[in-house]
Design a protein around this ligand. Sequence first.
Ligand SMILES: Cc1cc2nc3c(=O)[nH]c(=O)nc-3n(C[C@H](O)[C@H](O)[C@H](O)COP(=O)(O)OP(=O)(O)OC[C@H]3O[C@@H](n4cnc5c(N)ncnc54)[C@H](O)[C@@H]3O)c2cc1C
Length: 392
Amino acid sequence: MPLVNFPPTLLPPHLIELRNEVREFVHQELSDKTFQVTIDGWLSGYSPEFSKKLGRKGWLGMTLPKEVGGQGRSPLDRFVVIEELLAAGAPVSAHWVADRQTAPLLAILGSDAQKEKYLPGVIRGETYFAIGLSEPNAGSDLAALTTKAVKVDGGWLLNGRKIWSSGAHFCHAMVVLCRTSPLDTQNRHAGMSQLIIDLDQPGIDIRPIHLISGEHHFNEVSFEDVFVADDMVVGKIDQGWQQAMGELAYERSGPERFLSTLPLFTEMVRLVHQRPNPIALQAIGRLSARLLSLHQLSLRVTGALSRGESADTEAVLVKDVGTRFEKEIAETARLIFNAEDFDTDASTLNPYQDSAYSDFYQQATLQAPGFTLRGGTNEILRGIVARGLGLR
Ligand SMILES: Cc1cc2nc3c(=O)[nH]c(=O)nc-3n(C[C@H](O)[C@H](O)[C@H](O)COP(=O)(O)OP(=O)(O)OC[C@H]3O[C@@H](n4cnc5c(N)ncnc54)[C@H](O)[C@@H]3O)c2cc1C
């Protein structure tokens, strides 16, 4: 049996139609100027109106079972929809985490009350979730987390601090991984649980962490004696580590791990087509080959997941290669044009006056350092691949 396995996956014809439908929708929205193309739109492009439109189209909660209000569609259907939205730089950050991982988590492990409370809003594009994993002293070594919940009458009292919480300032709730039993140094992964925390309660402080550009995506979120009712525990008490790792499979395998800078690449191709030069053409050829390969690999991982096969090592491999690719687009963008070509103060000299290239390039450069960190750093991913290959 091969140690890594990327079985070929063909998109059925109805998904070609779905892809065209999403393309037409995005094209219309762009013509109507309802959104501005954003680099890294799944982290930076916030538009509740756009999220609600996707909900009305039936493009959120697509893979959730019909019993909970979803459409019971295949992960391949969702793959096609999100690939088109990401490639277009659509503003999808508001609902991204809720649609990608929280809703599937709740559909499998949530109580009936949790499903009723949260899933309809996620499917409509109105309820947003944040991820509460990282802490100031627990990132790659997540098992070092110290946020803890202590049992009280009818629920739990939560104290601690989460950091780098993307979008917590606009999210309605966060799934927090915390200790619910004392640390066992022989088994550090035991004794953790996942709690749903509505973020509008007393005792919660959400402080912005601004990027160097002044933009605000991240937050530091502290919890001081926050009461969490028993029915806000997801799945089983003390099984949180295994549950959170299952969630990471959704987080790591998708096309957002190689398409974050695609609008910059598309613009690069358009400009080089106008004024071809051998170095730029060579770079575009190289990046295009990698883009097509990543599309195939990511599709194959999604195909495996849709057949219920495990693809943990393969997903991690795609994320490692994919996040380096999206960074490389930004680096290549810097090399193939002269900055003066985009000098808006010298508009008579500017051959690319109407191009968004310079703007996209700046956004991509600012976002790129995070690509290989978020969702697990590439160094950590390589350790997982080594384990998958039986090398550790
Ligand atoms: C854009 C972005 C969005 C994020 N959003 C969220 C979010 O919404 N919710 C959330 O909980 N977290 C979020 N994170 C946090 C992210 O998960 C962490 O940054 C990541 O897990 C790394 O943890 P750390 O920052 O503490 O770095 P550290 O763990 O301190 O690592 C620092 C460096 O040391 C390396 N390193 C660490 N341990 C090892 C090892 N054993 N072997 C080799 N190298 C090692 C790492 O690869 C890294 O290069 C986000 C991060 C980014 C950049």
